[in-house]
Write a new protein. Structure first.
Length: 160
């Protein structure tokens, strides 16, 4: 397991560029909101800890993870942001729906990164069960939202 020996919330603030002058869009899926709200809290806290200003963090909600691609595209084209974080949670069920949603969202976020000059960070948990999602959204493995926020800062300042 990739996160077994890693705390997703850990970062060395001294190695992270200051985010004071950066604007961030965060698009959050309402599906599995007990997980996505935890991820959002982790992302927001890490951005603020690294200097981002509250007024420079724009949050939009979308109904589910599949809608993240469209929400992120609208965020990219209607706001001047330096990075966008796509937050979602897809938990394995009894049908192949899980596979189609995960694949579609991953490909959609990848496509946005190829098409636009603003990075879109993939913060979508794709877990086998609810406990795995809890463990990665503020539980025993830390918070993937914090990790995504650090990635957003680093990508927004890439080459600067």
């Amino acid at each position: 397991m990739a996160t077994a020996n890693k705390n997703l919330s850990f970062y060395d603030k001294n190695k992270i560029p200051n985010a004071k002058s950066l604007r961030f869009g965060i698009v959050v899926s309402e599906w599995n909101d007990e997980i996505t709200e935890g991820l959002f809290s982790g992302a927001e806290a890490a951005l603020l800890d690294c200097g981002a200003q509250t007024e420079n963090i724009i949050r939009w909600n979308v109904p589910g993870s599949y809608e993240l691609t469209y929400g992120c595209k609208k965020m990219l084209t209607s706001n001047e942001v330096d990075a966008v974080i796509a937050i979602g949670s897809v938990i394995q069920g009894e049908t192949k729906h899980f596979d189609f949603v995960c694949s579609g969202v991953a490909q959609g976020i990848k496509d946005l990164n190829v098409k636009y000059d603003t990075p879109v960070i993939f913060c979508v948990l794709t877990d086998n069960n609810m406990q795995q999602a809890i463990d990665r959204s503020g539980g025993k493995h830390g918070n993937k939202g914090a990790e995504a926020a650090i990635a957003a800062i680093k990508m927004a300042t890439l080459g600067a």
